[in-house]
Design a binder for this molecule. Structure first.
Ligand SMILES: Nc1ncnc2c1ncn2[C@@H]1O[C@H](COP(=O)(O)OP(=O)(O)OP(=O)(O)O)[C@@H](O)[C@H]1O
Ligand SMILES: [Mg+2]
Length: 259
């Protein structure tokens, strides 16, 4: 998909209230963001501050109570759990969305091969999900999302369930895939160092109702790795901002338990 580089993903005055058994819960409070196409933005914030809710709203899976999203094309979504079809081989999981679009067989095979190569899964076309490691499952899920060539990729803690070594490999690979495909990525994580390692920008959310508390621009050369001293320094500064909000969340949980 070709996009005008000056166009932006715009998130305007988004507010979201949920109704929980007659109680109104405010999940998001007046969220505003402008994300350039090709930009990699990471969102960090305490549990329950509305990060997943915001991604769902951007994807169009949930409607905001107020505000609007201005975007080009349908975003691709990647979740914490790979959500693959267990009865389909890797290649058929990856091809799934294309088959729905009724594309020609040889064209599908070519694309599947291309994206499996991109996520370093060539040779596993005929494996079933239960035969894959956690990292391989997430690679399959990534290929399945990329094959539809969405301009925007929404990633909700996609590496949270992986072990530390696999995660580090995924950081390197995702940075490379992002460089090649030039996707706009909105990436949610609890891991601040992961956010600094990957993002052009890191946005810190407040405890619920989620608001943007602070924005950090990460002007470090790529590829970056977790052990980089600059990455660690910026991560520490972000941690300071986040600590206060996580503490608010903890206190709220305690108050709940007492009542
Ligand atoms: N479908 C829903 N119905 C009612 N309340 C909801 C719904 N989805 C989310 N919420 C509430 O909205 C708030 C934000 O939830 P959300 O899942 O977006 O948080 P999050 O920042 O992604 O948290 P985590 O880091 O734990 O994944 C929470 O209080 C949650 O209980
Ligand atoms: Mg979430």
């Amino acid at each position: 998909m070709t996009l005008n580089i000056s166009m932006k993903l715009q998130i305007r005055n988004i507010n979201k209230k949920f109704n929980n058994n007659g109680h109104s819960i405010e999940a998001l409070d007046n969220i505003n963001m402008e994300i350039s196409y090709g930009e990699f933005v990471c969102l960090v914030g305490p549990s329950g501050c509305g990060k997943s809710t915001l991604l769902n709203i951007i994807a169009g899976l949930s409607t905001p109570s107020q505000g609007r999203i201005i975007k080009q094309g349908q975003p691709g979504f990647m979740f914490q759990e790979p959500t693959l079809f267990p009865w389909l081989k890797v290649k058929d999981n990856v091809a799934f969305g294309l088959k729905n679009l009724h594309q020609e067989k040889t064209a599908i095979k070519e694309k599947v091969d291309h994206y499996l190569k991109m996520v370093h899964l060539s040779g596993f076309e005929n494996a079933y999900p239960h035969e894959l490691s956690g990292g391989m499952k997430q690679r399959t899920a990534l290929a399945r999302t990329l094959i539809l060539d969405p301009p925007i990729l929404l990633m909700d803690e996609p590496f949270a369930a992986l072990d530390a070594q696999t995660r580090e490999i995924m950081y390197t690979e995702l940075q490379e895939i992002w460089r090649i495909t030039k996707k706009t990525i909105v990436f949610v994580t609890h891991n601040v160092r992961e956010a600094v390692c990957l993002g052009d920008r890191v946005l810190v959310f407040t405890a619920r109702p989620g608001r943007i508390k602070k924005e950090f621009f990460i002007n470090l050369p790529r590829p970056r790795d977790l052990g980089n001293l600059e990455v660690i320094k910026i991560s520490n500064a972000i941690h300071e901002e986040l600590k206060e909000e996580v503490e608010k969340f903890r206190q709220e949980m305690e108050t709940h338990e007492k009542n």
